[in-house]
Design a protein around this ligand. Structure first.
Ligand code: HEC
Length: 154
C-alpha cells in the first residue's frame, strides 16, 4: 500500500546516503568533497523538506507517462518504475521521484548505468539503467520532474 508522503524517513536516509557518497569524493562529484557532516545533514534536511508526491503517483493507465514508467519493458528486463517508486506498489527504500529536479534524476540514472552509484542493494537500478538509452533516461527524468508543478494547484 502507498502511504502518501509517509516515507519522509526513507527519503531522508536516501538523500543523506547519496550526499555522503558524493562527499566521499566520487569522481563525478568533485564539488561535494569539502562538505562537513553538518553540511550533509543540512542538505539532506533541505531536500527532505521539499514537497513530495503532491500529485498522485504515476499510474499504469496514465498515457502521458512514458511506457517505461507505466509498464517497463519485459523484453529488456526493465520493471515499471511505478512497481517500486509508488503507483502500483512502493518498495521499501525506493524514494518518491515526483518533483525531484530533472538534472538530479538524470545524473542518478546515468550514475547507476555507469556503475558509479552502487548503493541500490540488489543492483536493481543498475541492471535496469544499463538497458536504458540516454533518451529514455531523459524522458523518465523529465516526466518525474514535471509532476511536482502539476500537483501544486497552479
Ligand atoms: C525493483 C524496484 C525498482 C524499480 C522497478 C525501479 N527502481 Fe529506482 N530505485 C529502487 C530503489 C530500491 C532505489 C534506492 C536505491 C538506494 O538505496 O540508493 C531506487 C533509486 C532510484 C533513483 C535515485 C533516487 C534518489 O533519491 O537518489 C532514481 C532516480 C530511480 N530509482 C529512478 C527509477 C526509474 C526512472 C525507474 C523506472 C525506469 C525505476 N527507478 C525503477 C528500486 C526500483
Amino acid at each position: 500500500m502507498i502511504a502518501q508522503g509517509g516515507n519522509g524517513v526513507d527519503d531522508l536516509n536516501n538523500v543523506a546516503s547519496e550526499v555522503a557518497r558524493m562527499a566521499g569524493g566520487e569522481p563525478n562529484a568533485p564539488d561535494a568533497r569539502n562538505l562537513s557532516d553538518r553540511d550533509i545533514a543540512d542538505i539532506a534536511a533541505y531536500y527532505d523538506s521539499l514537497p513530495k508526491a503532491r500529485t498522485a503517483p504515476a499510474r499504469y493507465d496514465e498515457t502521458s507517462a512514458p511506457a517505461l514508467v507505466r509498464v517497463g519493458d519485459p523484453l529488456r528486463n526493465i520493471a515499471p518504475c511505478i512497481a517500486c517508486h509508488g503507483g502500483t506498489d512502493h518498495k521499501l527504500g525506493a524514494p518518491w521521484l515526483e518533483g525531484m529536479p530533472k538534472e538530479y534524476l538524470v545524473v542518478q540514472l546515468k550514475d547507476f548505468k555507469g556503475g558509479m552509484r552502487r548503493n541500490d542493494s540488489h543492483g536493481q537500478m543498475r541492471n535496469m539503467t544499463r538497458q536504458m538509452s540516454s533518451t529514455e533516461i531523459e524522458q523518465v527524468a523529465d516526466f518525474y520532474a514535471r509532476r511536482s508543478t502539476a500537483g501544486e494547484g497552479r
